[in-house]
Write a protein that binds this ligand. Sequence first.
Ligand SMILES: CC(C)(COP(=O)(O)OP(=O)(O)OC[C@H]1O[C@@H](n2cnc3c(N)ncnc32)[C@H](O)[C@@H]1OP(=O)(O)O)[C@@H](O)C(=O)NCCC(=O)NCCS
Length: 201
Amino acid sequence: MSAALPPGPRIVTERLLLRRWTDADRAPFARMNADPAVMEHFPAVLDAAASAALIDRVEAGFERNGFGLWAVERLDSGQFIGFVGLAVPGFTAHFTSPPGSEPGPAVEIGWRLAAEAWGNGFASEAASAVLEYGFGTLGLSEIVSFTARSNVRSQRVMERIGMVRDAAGDFSHPALPGSHPLAPHVLYRARRSPESAVIQR
Ligand SMILES: CC(C)(COP(=O)(O)OP(=O)(O)OC[C@H]1O[C@@H](n2cnc3c(N)ncnc32)[C@H](O)[C@@H]1OP(=O)(O)O)[C@@H](O)C(=O)NCCC(=O)NCCS
């Protein structure tokens, strides 16, 4: 591991390291964001500049919030495969203030992996650890997730990690015209269970 790595937080799972971003991630991240298969459920692929700007925004968020979309690396090969992590949605919707809880922004869990890494359970393995981090270490009371209705793969991850569909929570993504095929979104929720221990890392 390079001494130049930025500080934590980091999360280690059975097969993966979730860590802050390095300059070496920029090229493989740009490649995956330019892949139409990876970006099928987004309005457009990202060019290299937009991909780099996303890393910069994520890193600024880590500094500000202490959490973010972690860069995911395979422990066996050290290969960067994408991101899994937490974010504060950059738009307002009915769920962005969690109901019945302390006021404040909702926190979402999200993921994006290079296509060659799909089908191994990596997204679910990382996401389970991120939920545990969010509830245990960060003390969040609720974490939401949402995706285009057409993104069944992503919904399968939400279900695999124990999130529950809030069918009444479906919404039209405010960044897209209502008529856009990707506008209809589904909402999933996970709540901290009473036994979620505060984990010191
Ligand atoms: C969404 C995304 C992360 C899901 O990736 P994934 O690899 O399908 O998800 P998982 O990590 O849960 O892996 C599950 C698959 O691995 C298989 N698998 C193999 N080994 C496994 C293991 N040890 N544990 C669990 N699943 C395993 C499962 O059978 C399943 O395969 P299937 O797709 O054929 O049913 C990926 O499709 C992606 O990056 N998409 C593009 C970006 C995107 O849409 N992001 C979400 C926006 S909201």
